[in-house]
Design a protein around this ligand. Structure first.
Ligand code: IPM
Ligand code: MG
Length: 363
């Protein structure tokens, strides 16, 4: 029996709806396995801008620091979309990642056999896909300085800076190799070494790290080629490791292999101590303002993110696996939210999907 403190930040749009279902499933885990989860809740993103004028209050970051994990819904929406606004909902997630030192973003993509038809790709192309993208999350062009825009006599200009240190590259590539060891022992390091200096450093460091893992195969791939191979032969990938922006783009693409972004969980981890780490867990879908408030959103990405929390921050592997089995069972029984519905399936809303999963969680 363990007791854990979780900061819950539902955020905007469908965030609160899918969060409710994850909490429902966690309540079931508490009862079935005899654990105790203590929750605190904080507004983030647009909701926090409305309430406090800032997307992420320093108090919220402090609470996150003293928790065992953060469960994060989604942020953003048309109401806060003015590109000139000094406060933006995205500052919440970026601030949490950076403020908590969560440099490793794990985004697994597994195509459930019953969902191969939900993909826009041909079934024979996606079948058997089981990969994880390890995205560097606190460096690169997202955080490099200078970042600004200004006016000149000849028009507007803007600059972003892609910057990496060898330490930043080494720790994320090491994370990828460690994870590969528990999988199919194949790392694909993705860069743009034919153009970018940061990528040439990345490739050099990745090669050095690779020498310490002779049991794991290392392959380098340019990011444009990787984008192509992801839809051509996705099942050939095991672990993909890449920098922040490339990882952002490739993971949206990879998510579509599984039919819907709604299915995809993620974990953002910092330095690991004794096999555990403070982590932030969020579905990779956004706030989906177009369907917010309708009870139609797919809660499985959020629920599977909660499972990742149990595994990576609490060391509760059995409990994590119990949630994943419950999700597999619900899908195998034919239940679908509208985003993954197909012929012969039973379409259910957000709350019902959450209950179906919760009911199937067993010790
Ligand atoms: C993601 C999102 C974020 C990112 C946005 C909301 C800042 O797209 O988690 O992939 O770019 O990292
Ligand atoms: Mg993204």
């Amino acid at each position: 029996m363990g007791s854990f403190r979780i900061l819950v930040t539902p955020g905007d749009g469908i965030g609160p709806e899918v969060m409710e279902e994850a909490l429902k499933v966690l309540a079931r885990v508490e009862r079935a396995f005899g654990h105790e989860f203590a929750y605190e809740e904080e507004l983030v993103g647009g909701a926090a801008i409305d309430a406090y004028g800032t997307a992420l209050r320093p108090e919220t970051l402090e609470k996150a620091r003293s928790s065992d994990a953060v469960l994060f819904g989604a942020v953003g929406g048309p109401k806060w979309d003015d590109p000139r606004a000094p406060v933006r909902p995205e500052q919440a997630i970026l601030g949490l990642r950076k403020g908590l030192g969560l440099f490793a973003n794990l985004r697994p993509v597994r195509v459930h056999p019953a969902l191969v038809a939900a993909s826009t790709l041909r079934p024979e192309a996606v079948a058997g896909t089981d990969l994880v993208v390890i995205r560097e999350l606190t460096g690169g062009i997202y955080f490099g300085k200078p970042q600004r825009r200004w006016e000149t006599a000849r028009g507007r200009r803007a600059v972003d800076t892609m910057r990496y240190t060898e330490q930043e590259i080494r720790r994320i590539v090491q994370t990828a190799f460690e994870i590969a060891r528990s999988r199919r022992k194949k790392v694909t390091s993705v860069d743009k070494a034919n153009v970018l200096a940061t990528s040439r450093l990345w490739r050099e460091v990745a090669t050095e790290v690779g020498r310490q893992y002779p049991d794991v195969e290392l392959q380098h791939l340019l990011v444009d080629a990787c984008a192509m191979h992801l839809i051509r032969r996705p099942s050939s990938f095991d672990v993909i490791v890449t920098e922040n922006l490339f990882g952002d783009i490739l993971t949206d693409e990879a998510a579509m292999l599984a039919g819907s972004m709604g299915m995809m969980p993620s974990a953002s981890l910092g330095r690991r101590r004794r096999g555990k780490s403070l982590g932030l867990y969020e579905p990779i879908h956004g706030s989906a303002p177009d369907i917010a408030g309708q009870g139609q959103a797919n809660p499985l990405g959020m629920i599977l993110s909660a499972a990742m929390m149990l595994r990576w921050s609490f060391g509760l592997e059995r409990e994590a696996a119990a949630i994943e089995r419950a999700v597999d069972a619900v899908i195998a029984e034919g239940y679908r939210t509208p985003d993954i519905a197909g012929e012969g399936t039973t379409v259910v809303g957000t709350a019902r999907m959450g209950s179906l999963v919760a009911e199937r969680v067993e010790a």
